[in-house]
Design a protein around this ligand. Structure first.
Ligand code: CXF
Ligand code: ZN
Length: 380
């Protein structure tokens, strides 16, 4: 056991004191892990849109002060009571949704929506005892999605940690904690395009490009990127996107444009914007008889999906996915191996790298739409 085991650790963390205000690097106290919890040293973390969204807290329940961050790679420092499968020194990726291995979802081969550890963005405390493990002079600082990786040390439920190959570079594979696995899994686990097939990707941000990477790996021959920002296409080519459609260039609905381009519709489509009209287009652009559309983007809370039932009766399938249908503990280690064997490329997602002290820059890059993933180095 590390000499710090069982003790409070003082370390640096980026605290969001208020919605939308720059994070402040503070010295925080991190309590030891309790039953079924693990304290980890974060080496690298990266920024995902969800951090920005809940930091802005526009229409979201504001939970502050809070430590954001949910894409990261770290090393186990100490484990709490009842943790048998992880030990100090193990390399792990924290995941915002968990796998208890005991609930009906975890026991089902078809689901990754664990009842116990499913994401709850309003909760700022650990599920075990309803307390926070972070404090400053005894005042609690709240957690975010059970991960809070914008801290040199954090405490995570064992069910939200994927134990990975210790040879995997954490400054690359940390992006597999959320966005990249989500897009990749949407294609490989849910859309499952056949070799030589056509795939339309709506939204060419990091998640959409990860979906494209999945289509490239699956051997799709036409990967059609759909985005209202023409700047995205140049970058998308690196991810196998070989055709581009900007809906703004046409008078007619984009589903009609795609149907004309593909002799009746694409074989698969993956929606990664969360825009409700894009979702409807993504569904209606798939070929009748066999087309499958997969929704990934998170819509506005009042959004309603409207389509004529004939579109379904004509044998189009609509699916949705959460975290690319990956079970965090059972499946993510193998995704890391896909990177290790060079089947999956991660470097092209990493557009920026900064030291922890400059973490606010990562928010600026993302808000300007300049970055895909910005890696934050915790050790300077
Ligand atoms: C998202 C997935 C959908 C709900 C909010 C969080 N994942 C991580 O960024
Ligand atoms: Zn995320």
């Amino acid at each position: 056991m590390a000499s710090t085991a069982g003790k409070v650790i003082k370390c640096r963390a980026a605290v969001a004191w208020e919605a939308g205000k720059p994070l402040v690097i503070e010295e925080v106290e991190v309590a030891p892990p309790q039953a079924m919890e693990v304290r980890i040293k974060i080496l690298f973390t990266s920024l995902c849109h969800t951090d920005v969204y809940f930091w802005e807290a526009k229409g979201q329940k504001p939970v502050f002060p809070r430590i954001f961050g949910h894409e990261a790679g770290g090393i186990v420092e100490s484990v709490g009571e009842g943790v048998t499968e992880l030990a100090p020194g193990d390399h792990v990726l924290p995941v915002f949704t968990g796998e208890c291995k005991d609930c009906a979802h975890c026991k089902s081969e078809e689901s990754n929506m664990c009842t116990l550890l499913r994401i709850n963005t309003d909760r700022g405390v650990m599920i075990g005892d309803g307390q926070s493990r972070f404090s400053i002079h005894g005042k609690p600082i709240y957690h975010f999605v059970g991960t809070s990786t914008f801290s040199e040390y954090t405490v995570v439920h064992v069910g939200c940690l994927a134990k990975i190959n210790p040879n995997a570079p954490l400054d690359k594979v940390c992006v597999l904690s959320c966005g990249i696995s989500t897009g990749l899994g949407a294609t490989l686990n849910v859309a499952k395009p056949a070799k030589g097939s056509s795939v339309a990707i709506f939204g060419l941000g990091a998640v959409g490009l990860a979906a494209a990477e999945g289509a490239r790996i699956a051997g799709a021959s036409r990967i059609i990127g759909v985005d209202v920002n023409p700047r995205r296409f140049l970058e998308a080519k690196k991810f196998g996107v070989n055709e581009f459609v900007n809906p703004k260039d046409y008078q007619k609905p984009v589903q009609e444009v795609l149907a004309e381009m593909t002799d009746g519709g694409v074989d698969r489509s993956i929606e990664c914007t969360g825009n409700i009209d894009a979702m409807i287009s993504a569904f209606e652009c798939v070929h009748d008889g066999w087309g499958v559309a997969v929704l990934v983007g998170v819509p506005h809370k009042d959004a309603v999906f409207k389509t004529h039932p004939m579109n379904v009766l004509n044998e189009r399938t609509l699916k949705g996915t959460f975290f690319g249908n990956y079970k965090p503990r059972s499946d993510i280690p193998a995704v890391v191996e896909k990177y290790m064997s060079k089947e999956l490329e991660l470097e092209k997602f990493i557009t920026h790298e900064i030291p922890f002290s400059e973490i606010n820059k990562a928010f600026e890059y993302m808000l300007k739409g300049d970055s895909l993933r910005c890696i934050i180095r915790m050790q300077e």
